[in-house]
Design a binder for this molecule. Structure first.
Ligand code: ATP
Ligand code: MG
Ligand code: MG
Length: 549
């Protein structure tokens, strides 16, 4: 139950319960060093969803303690995507909001003899840990007098030291079996300007030092994180106890990953920077902005993560399962259009040149609420080249010489009477058919898609370029496949098709979707401008044009 961590001192618990009124308070704490990916949607769902389910509150907290890796554009996109998924943060905060408080507590920690300034190099620290990574030796700095550490920490703060020359380390327990207890670094010197605190600080707190304390300041009741932090729970609690502050309860859940994709911001950044993909929203990626661009609705993503459960088991899910959920989600609501990817011309010889039937075609076979469109059916139609074969066989039901096939929604089936080939390539260029509009028409065993030529109604709509996205990687586990995951990239992950054709109702639908998307995007960027503290990121608000959409 909220606040009922048995290890919390009663007065700290009282203080916490007064702040939260016993509600569930959670936080989603991304580091603004990249765009969020499908894995984050699980953390968003767990944190926001758990709080909402219990009538509690969830913070969006930017864990911005690493100024070298963070950029303003990431902040903005993270807010946008959280909202796109349908969650509204109770408050948007930044770890950097608490830099002063964190600093004061660091001084307090030194005074309590629970932290010291250390000048060892990373190599020395490693060497102290020995070959087997067992209980390390204490270094010479660990036992220096408190006052000396206070003075050195001041020097770190004043910019006396260059990066790596001095670190504030917590005086934890070198005899513990958990390496997270081996005097973790609390503060390091960084020669970097922070996008919020600018050049105020020469030193920055680490994740291990910051995370639990900010959870404590914000009165988080349930600190929910992924299982790689299980070992960190001990250091989390150690630090809260060392400073006598309210100690939130940490619980862990398993990470989500999709087979055959990369969900590490650092690695996705490499793909973007090195030009393997066109950007963070390249439709072959599984970042949330890529999924959005691809047309995956937020509800489908939530529906997917809600099926995963929140056990500590890491889930490595097949892409097919994700896509299946998306399809199911879209099934009842997405309008269907006829499209022929590789058009093959079909001439219906037994009807006059000006033959025209307007077909009332429902947008969805089972959902009349989606409405219907009027599409022309004329003497010249196009079918997909894959739906025609010269050689017939018993298990083949589509068009072949002498054979009949049904045309979805059209009044009658057609039967192939002859065809024309290209003299050079031997490829079939035109097919001649008879419309079975008299007598007893043959009962077709299959129906195929088609679009008709009818200039005055603008049919068909010709698509200059159609892109089909295949998996970006060749194997299910690109990170394990080769020493360099980029060697596993599938060179044929984009298939480009020229000259596909779509039914004429494409235009009104497309215009509606673009208009809706445009409005949504404008609303989002207006909301972002309205967020206090987001002002400094305004320069990065893109002007969205219809063309881009
Ligand atoms: P990356 O390695 O991509 O940078 P991260 O874990 O460092 O990921 P953060 O921005 O720190 O990313 O993540 C914010 C929150 O989202 C954390 O609580 C983290 O545990 C959670 N999270 C990140 N990736 C996943 C994932 N694949 N599945 C579930 N939760 C995740
Ligand atoms: Mg992180
Ligand atoms: Mg990370």
């Amino acid at each position: 139950k909220p606040g009922e961590n048995p290890q919390i001192r009663p007065e700290l618990r009282e203080q916490h319960l007064r702040a939260t009124d016993g509600q569930v308070w959670t936080r989603f704490p991304p580091e603004p060093n990249g765009y969020l990916h499908i894995g984050h949607s699980k953390a968003i769902f767990v944190n926001f969803g758990y709080a909402a389910h219990h009538g509690g509150k969830c913070y969006l907290r930017f864990d911005d303690t690493n100024p070298e890796k963070e950029e303003a554009r990431y902040f903005q996109s993270i807010i946008e995507v959280v909202r796109w998924l349908g969650f509204e943060p109770w408050k948007i905060t930044y770890s950097s909001d608490y830099f002063d408080q964190l600093y004061d507590l660091a001084v307090e920690l030194i005074k309590r003899d629970k932290a010291y300034v250390c000048h060892c190099t990373q190599e020395q620290i490693k060497a102290d840990r020995g070959e087997k990574i067992s209980a390390p030796k204490a270094c010479v700095h660990r036992s220096r007098p408190i006052q000396e550490s206070l003075d050195e920490f001041k020097k770190m703060t004043d910019g006396y030291y260059r990066p790596k020359e001095a670190n504030l380390r917590m005086k934890m327990d070198l005899t513990d079996g958990n390496p997270q207890m081996w005097d973790l670094t609390a503060y390091r010197v960084l020669d970097a300007s922070h996008h919020r605190t600018l050049d105020k600080w020469k030193i920055y707190p680490t994740y291990d030092y910051t995370h639990c304390l900010v959870d404590s300041f914000e009165n988080i009741s349930h600190s929910l994180c992924t299982t790689e932090f299980i070992a960190s729970r001990q250091s989390y609690e150690w630090l809260c106890d060392a400073l006598d502050v309210y100690k939130p309860r940490q619980s862990e859940f398993g990470r989500l990953s999709l087979q055959g994709t990369i969900s590490s911001k650092r690695k996705i950044l490499q793909l973007v920077d090195e030009g393997y993909v066109s950007g963070w929203d390249d439709p072959r990626l599984y970042t949330l902005i890529a999924l959005r661009r691809r047309g995956v609705p937020p509800g489908a993503i939530l529906s997917f993560v809600s099926t995963l459960g929140v056990s500590t088991a890491a889930s490595n899910i097949q892409i097919a399962r994700f896509e299946q959920t998306v399809r199911q989600y879209l099934e009842g609501s997405a309008p269907r259009l006829f499209m022929v990817m590789r058009p093959l011309k079909v001439i219906i010889e037994n009807v006059p040149d000006d033959y025209l039937v307007m077909v009332d075609k429902p947008f969805h076979p089972k959902n009349p609420q989606l409405g219907s469109s009027q599409i022309p059916f004329t003497r010249t139609i196009y079918i997909d080249a894959d739906d025609f074969r010269l050689e017939d066989s018993k298990d083949y039901f589509r068009l072949a010489p002498g054979k009949s096939v049904g045309l979805f929604q059209a009044p009658y089936p057609i039967t192939c009477t002859s065809y024309k080939t290209d003299s050079a390539s031997g490829e079939v260029t035109e097919v001649f058919c008879r419309l079975e509009d008299s007598g007893t028409p043959p009962k077709p065993k299959a129906y195929i898609q088609w679009v008709a030529e009818h200039a005055s109604s603008g049919s068909p709509v010709c698509i200059d370029e159609t892109r089909i996205f295949h998996p970006l990687f060749k194997s299910d586990n690109p990170l394990a496949a080769t020493p360099d995951f980029k060697a596993d990239i599938n060179p044929n992950s984009i298939e480009v098709i020229k000259g596909a054709m779509v039914e004429v109702s494409f235009w009104p639908l497309a215009k509606r979707y673009v208009a809706d998307a445009l409005e949504e995007a404008r609303a989002r960027s207006a909301e972002i401008k309205a967020i206090p503290g987001a002002g400094s990121h305004d320069a990065h608000t893109p002007e969205i044009t219809t063309e881009q959409l």
